[in-house]
Design a protein around this ligand. Sequence first.
Ligand SMILES: Nc1nc2c(ncn2[C@@H]2O[C@H](COP(=O)(O)OP(=O)(O)OP(=O)(O)O)[C@@H](O)[C@H]2O)c(=O)[nH]1
Ligand SMILES: [Mg+2]
Length: 303
Amino acid sequence: MTKRAKSRCGYVAIVGRPNVGKSTLLNALVGEKVSIVSPKAHTTRHRILGILTRDLDQAVFIDTPGLQRSRKSVLHRLMARTINQALAEADVTLMVVEGFKFTRQDHQLAERLQEQADKTILVLNKIDYVGAKTKLLPILKTVGAEFPFAAFVPISARNGENLSELLDEILNRLPDGPAMFPQEMVTDRSLQFRIAEIVREKLFTALHKEVPYGLTVDVEHIGKREKDQTLIHALIWIQRDSHKAIVIGKGGRVLKAVGRAARLELVELIGERVHLELWVKVRDNWADNQRDLNKMGFDLAGV
Ligand SMILES: Nc1nc2c(ncn2[C@@H]2O[C@H](COP(=O)(O)OP(=O)(O)OP(=O)(O)O)[C@@H](O)[C@H]2O)c(=O)[nH]1
Ligand SMILES: [Mg+2]
């Protein structure tokens, strides 16, 4: 293959229902965990960039929160706006679905994307699921007949199946242009944000029912404890007093397990030993409090 003389660079929006594997896909494409993943819906709350530089080309992926059904709180409205902005910015859009089902919500999103169908790739994820591949063909046939997307690519974000084919489809659709970000940069998010997200991911995985949705994590301090040990103080804000005992657990068991799991990952991220201190505090309605949301990295202009 001859090398291209010109570089390509552009934005790639990743959109879809909650829990279909958008963030898992972003991490797999970028080759590093930049966006947290959990078995619960509505894990991603922010627009998160993941940057992939290959030879001369650069794809800037925009991970988005799963589509919203409710727009009750300011947080919900912000999440919905994040999706719209990503779609407006995108040179290529990846609409992610699960390869073994195409739900009514998928259908609604596919309709909404018809205006930009020529720059949209339908990504059918999770084909590693037992029996998924037998359901794939009928879905491809009916969805393909109704929606003229630019390409249809079945993948497994979890085990990497077909990801290089997907990446080729993406890169081939990027406009010519110079890289926007330095070659070694993988995300636009700060270390502080990434640490808070890792703690939140462990809480999402450890806790049940409504508790994870009512909490947020705020990293107050990153410093040095010893020459080769990072010290991190993080606050876990919860909305209800009654959730405190659940987050802490009997004899502090839940919080300890969350801290341990987070610390293991933070060691990887930071590259040295980590001392992590977690506190749990109650703050009513942070999801509606504009000052709190602003501090958490949301852009509130016009909401
Ligand atoms: N079996 C299988 N599971 C997957 C695959 N991709 C993602 N998952 C799982 O699906 C769940 C949701 O993954 P996420 O990446 O958090 O999904 P998301 O679309 O970003 O979810 P929200 O941020 O909540 O909208 C997690 O338990 C993942 O491990 C896949 O290819 N195969
Ligand atoms: Mg996500």
